[in-house]
Design a protein around this ligand. Structure first.
Ligand code: ADP
Length: 398
């Protein structure tokens, strides 16, 4: 069966097609600048990338173009659209009710509309992508895979904020967690690698990219994660502040006369590694500046390590131990210096890495960097959220 995976953003739409019997991705691409002008890039493994500027007014236009390319005699991978057995849609937010991957009927769609208020950035475009797909592929199941569902078994002590309880009851202000599909994928792979049932393992997974989060998975259940009500909480990120004293926000708003939107912009787009370093939001450029002696670039990286180590330490305490530590995403998969700097500060937990193995690991590939006999397995595992979405979709419809 072929599964189409759709990840729709406000002006972009990513897609991948998987052949599930072979377990392989056979095509992927990106529709960009939807509603602005429009462009597509389309790739098949081992073949040249096809790129074209093409008018994309709406998500409907984008999906129509994707389906046309997928069945194109020269560029396509399908002889007919009917080869698509089902579509998996990535949703960042499933609220409190959509706690596992689900075939999306009218009821589920209504619920997704009802939670747009707590998910204003990702919700509307993801629903647009779904509806565009449903129009053009009306005869197959459309499955929603939710980033938040991995956190649905967190205990209330992890997800209820210590603010008046009525805000949770009335407005559903609570911690939801994000990047769940990635944490679920790499934790499954890690358990497979160490050859143990995930139910017997205490694991911490670090998804370090532009957006970053860390999750604590005890006996197969995620019990805590660093992102919260929004993907703003937790670690300092490329341009997001992560957790700071909330009074800093009200103080600055008062002192500088900032509107909520302006404050939001500062916290989401001008903070984090960019805000501290003043150089870039990209780790590679900050580390380069650090090497050249820029003190603020150095400080930005030190703050990042400080928070990563602090969160890992607290999660190990929550789980009463640690068996496996995983690094993934852009920084986690590619940056041996970040992995080494973090692991070196975790010796007390039993994390001991072979520096050569870590440094010579191929970028973006699996690596077991643990020192022989170390109490904690330290692994680098490339994430694959799209495959996880395809697999959930396949398992629901096959
Ligand atoms: P997103 O959250 O947007 O998906 P990514 O997972 O792609 O982000 O991660 C982006 C981050 O990964 C950037 O900070 C970038 O510097 C870092 N990164 C990507 N490739 C490399 C590399 N080869 N070496 C070091 N860092 C890298």
């Amino acid at each position: 069966m072929k599964i189409l995976v759709i990840n729709a953003g406000s002006s972009s739409l990513k897609y991948q097609v998987f052949d599930m019997e072979k377990g392989e991705m056979i095509a992927k691409g990106l529709c960009d600048r939807i509603g602005v002008d429009g462009a597509i890039s389309h790739k098949r493994p081992g073949k040249d990338t096809y790129k074209k500027d093409v008018e994309l007014r709406t998500h409907d236009d984008a999906i129509a173009l994707v389906l046309k390319l997928l069945t194109d005699p020269e560029l396509g991978v399908l002889t007919d659209i009917s080869e698509i057995g089902a579509v998996g849609h990535r949703f960042a937010h499933g609220g409190e009710k959509l706690t596992k991957s689900t075939i999306l009927g009218e009821q589920e769609k209504e619920y997704l509309y009802s939670i747009v208020g707590i998910n204003p950035l990702h919700g509307p475009p993801a629903i647009k992508g779904l509806e565009a797909c449903q129009k053009l592929l009306p005869n197959v199941s459309h499955v929603g895979v939710f980033d938040t569902s991995f956190y649905s078994q967190m205990p209330p002590s992890s997800y209820v904020y210590p603010i008046p309880y009525e805000y949770y009851e009335t407005y559903k202000i609570r911690r939801y967690g994000f990047h769940g599909t990635s944490h679920r994928y790499v934790s499954g792979k890690a358990a497979e690698y160490v050859g143990k049932d995930i139910k017997e393992l205490k694991m911490i997974t670090c998804h370090l990219g532009n957006g970053s989060s860390i999750s604590a998975i005890k006996n197969g259940v995620c019990i805590d994660t660093s992102m919260g009500f929004t993907p703003q909480e937790g670690l300092p990120m490329g341009t997001r502040s992560g957790s700071i004293d909330p009074t800093v926000v009200t103080y600055l708003m008062n002192a500088l006369g900032l509107s909520p939107k302006e404050m939001d912009d500062i916290l989401n787009r001008k903070s984090g590694l960019l805000g501290v370093s003043g150089v870039s939001s990209d780790c590679r450029e900050i580390m380069q500046a650090d090497e050249e002696g820029n003190p603020r670039a150095h400080l930005a990286m030190e703050i990042l390590y400080h928070y990563i180590v602090k969160i890992i330490g607290s999660y190990a305490a929550e789980m009463d131990g640690l068996d496996v530590l995983v690094f993934t995403a852009g920084i986690g998969e590619n940056d041996a210096v970040v992995r080494e700097s973090v692991c070196k500060r975790l010796g007390f937990l039993g994390v001991k890495i072979d520096e050569d193995k870590n440094r010579t690991a191929k970028r973006g590939e699996f690596c077991d960097m643990s020192l022989e006999g170390a109490a904690v397995k330290a692994l680098c595992i490339p994430t694959d959220e799209e495959y996880m979405i395809a697999l959930d979709t396949y398992n629901l419809v096959k």
